[in-house]
Write a protein that binds this ligand. Structure first.
Ligand code: 5GP
Length: 217
């Protein structure tokens, strides 16, 4: 029942060879392949910004950036929305707020999701909220976060997710704006980490078995 929503990366796509791109030498051997090169991420983000502008132009929004993995996507998406606001009659006045979640240990999702520094979000009442998240796996995290945010009674909530993994989903939890659908493999780079490593990698890559061993805790 998987429904194609956007730019789809097939399960049998082997990825790009690492030799085709540059990446930091300290990760050689730790990644198998590049599945989304940095330039493609940027191009797709530009288009998502336009879709968001088409839907939400002239609305004030509060961007809720989900840390840590979402920082790069959020920064780049906000940047593109700003560029569109500079260059057209329609604009999106934005505020940016950060929320930090943690649920993963090694490459396994843990049951207990933490909203770190869970502060008072009551300023969201009556506001249009755009949640910006790097990756949606099972959707559990998004569901928990949505429930948390809804409790503060915003006027509207939209979700932008750069990556959605092709795993059995509760479709109610799919983001409104999806960058790419990817196979159910553990990916790193573009601020996505494995035990805090790989955030300093531009491309979205598949971690290798030896990489998993090397940075395991
Ligand atoms: P879910 O609750 O949807 O299963 O997991 C969502 C969270 O797990 C994301 O916010 C992200 O932090 C983490 N996550 C899921 N899959 C991956 C992955 O392939 N790579 C990384 N680095 N994090 C992931």
């Amino acid at each position: 029942t998987w429904q194609l929503l956007g730019y789809d990366i097939n399960d049998d796509w082997p990825g790009y060879s690492l030799d085709l791109f540059s990446y930091p030498a300290h990760y050689s051997g730790d990644i198998d392949c590049v599945i989304i090169p940095h330039g493609v991420i940027m191009d797709r983000t530009e288009r998502l910004a336009r879709n968001i502008m088409d839907d939400l132009g002239d609305h004030d929004i509060v961007v809720l950036c989900v840390l840590k993995g979402g920082y790069q996507f959020c920064a780049d998406l906000v940047d593109r929305i700003k560029a569109l606001s500079r260059n057209s009659d329609r604009t999106i006045p934005m505020r940016v707020h950060f929320i930090r979640l943690k649920s993963y240990l090694n490459d396994q999702s843990t049951e207990d999701l933490h909203i770190l520094g869970a502060e008072d979000l009551s300023f969201l009442a009556g506001k249009n909220v755009l949640i910006v998240e790097a990756i949606v796996g099972t959707g559990k995290t998004m569901k928990t976060l949505l429930k948390h945010v809804e409790a503060f009674r915003p006027k509207m909530i939209k979700v932008a997710g750069l990556l959605v993994k092709r795993v059995p989903h509760n479709s109610a939890c799919l983001p409104d704006y999806v960058g790419f659908e990817i196979p159910d493999r553990f990916v790193v780079g573009y601020a996505l980490d494995y035990n805090e490593y790989f955030r300093d990698l531009n491309h979205i890559c598949v971690i290798s078995e030896s990489g998993k061993m090397k940075y395991k805790i």
